[in-house]
Write a protein that binds this ligand. Structure first.
Ligand code: 13P
Ligand code: SF4
Length: 400
């Protein structure tokens, strides 16, 4: 595409559920077989029995944002990075049930063998941030960067929260995947590949502008002026040739619909109302919010930081509510509050509930696989290059 034509049209970023008119918008609404009623008092026992019957044939991964009713059945819990590694480390389990969201299950499918099946209990468990970058838009942006002579000195880095197709794009163009726990190392690696942090090279960071900006400015010492935002809905990303030429970080215009809602005002209110409070937030929060925090990190780091704090510590936590509620229960000696009264649960993480988990497990007991996640083999091969680069980054092992 030439630089002055309109950007490629993208699929509707947010799927409207429950309309009954377009089956593609009804992912996960209809489940073949009987989905146990949410009020069924026997669900916990049924989940336990199904897991016991399956034994080593099933391995259940649970992201920290999952509901407590679900997380109790996880064999391992973790952040995106840890769960990707755990999936790769289970070659003997024929079935991986992923209690998390779609992009995580896709990554698990890519990292596991062809003999293993990854199951997402509800296919409607997507991620609004991942949906903000469609592959057609990214390919189109890259063509525009090529035409402007920019792509040749740019490495793409995609956040784990992106589709397999975008991870594959990144693999094809010499880039890597990153998560919130290794974004700094990934960016350092990428800038090394294009000639160092000081120099001509650039990174195209997809799809979370906040994680990209926070990492580049706060951890790599770049300035806010080094960062520009590429708007996929505008020709040339809405940027002038001068803005593009001067940028070091080209940030995709995407964000998390949960973390994007934490505000400076909420941080200031907490500091006013809770003497000595410590503010800890996820790096998907806006730059201004992160700048005011005492601690910043992935979900795993948030847990580890709070676990290491002495009794009597007061915290406000800026991340998903299921995790914050569990932290408050787990550490009753500390005073743990949710940062923002106007923020809700992650609605897509919350799609995985006990009825769907029981349905997925009992179906396996009956030798029926429901909701398998299968990535196209060519896409998987290219995405694997980018995921393997991430897994090989120095110092990216977790201290669990
Ligand atoms: P973590 O990798 O920190 O678990 O984050 C995943 C995510 O989706 C946060 O919104
Ligand atoms: Fe996606 Fe945000 Fe939910 Fe994480 S919390 S899964 S980034 S919508």
């Amino acid at each position: 595409m030439t630089t002055d034509t309109a950007p490629a049209s993208a699929p509707l970023p947010l799927l409207v559920l429950g309309q009954g008119t377009d089956l593609r918008t009804e992912r996960g609404v209809e489940c073949p077989g009987d989905l146990p009623a949410p009020s069924d008092p026997d669900l916990v026992e049924r989940a336990r029995a199904a897991k016991a019957a399956l034994g080593d044939r099933v391995f259940v991964l649970g992201h920290h944002y999952q509901r407590s009713e679900v997380i109790q059945f996880a064999d391992v819990t973790g952040d995106s990075f840890k769960l990707a590694r755990e999936a790769a480390a289970r070659p003997d389990a024929p079935y991986i049930v992923f209690c998390g969201v779609h992009f995580m299950a896709e990554s698990a499918d890519i990292l596991t063998s062809d003999e293993q099946t990854v199951i997402l209990p509800d296919l409607a468990a997507g991620c609004s941030m991942a949906d903000m970058a469609a592959i057609a838009q990214v390919e189109d942006a890259w063509e525009q960067l090529e035409a402007a002579g920019i792509a040749q000195r740019t490495i793409p880095v995609t956040y784990m929260n992106s589709s397999a197709a975008i991870k594959a794009f990144t693999g094809r163009h010499g880039g890597t995947v990153c998560t919130s726990s290794n974004a700094r190392t990934a960016l350092e690696w990428a800038f090394d590949e294009v000639g160092g942090v000081v120099g001509e090279g650039k990174v195209l960071f997809l799809p979370d502008q906040h994680l990209g900006r926070n990492t580049a400015v706060r951890e790599l010492g770049l300035s806010l002026d080094d960062c520009v935002v590429w708007d996929p809905h505008r020709p040339n990303g809405g940027l002038t040739p001068e803005q593009l030429a001067g940028a070091r970080m080209i940030l995709w215009r995407g964000h998390c619909s949960v973390h994007g809602r934490f505000t400076v005002d909420a941080v200031e209110t907490a500091r006013r109302e809770i003497p000595g409070v410590k503010v800890i937030v996820h790096p998907e929060c806006q730059y201004e919010v992160v700048q005011l925090a005492d601690e910043v990190g992935s979900t795993e780091k948030i847990i580890q930081t709070i676990a290491a704090a002495p009794d009597g510590t007061a915290w406000v936590v800026g991340t998903e509510l299921n995790l914050v509620k569990r932290l408050a229960e787990q550490f009753p000696g500390q005073r743990i509050a949710f940062l923002e009264k106007n923020v809700c649960y992650c609605s897509t993480m919350n799609r995985i509930d006990l009825p769907h988990l029981v349905w997925a497990l009992e179906s396996l007991v009956d030798r029926r696989v429901v909701n398998p996640i299968t990535v196209d083999p060519q896409v998987a091969a290219d995405a694997r290059i980018a995921l393997d680069r991430m897994l090989a980054l120095p110092g990216t092992t977790h201290k669990d």
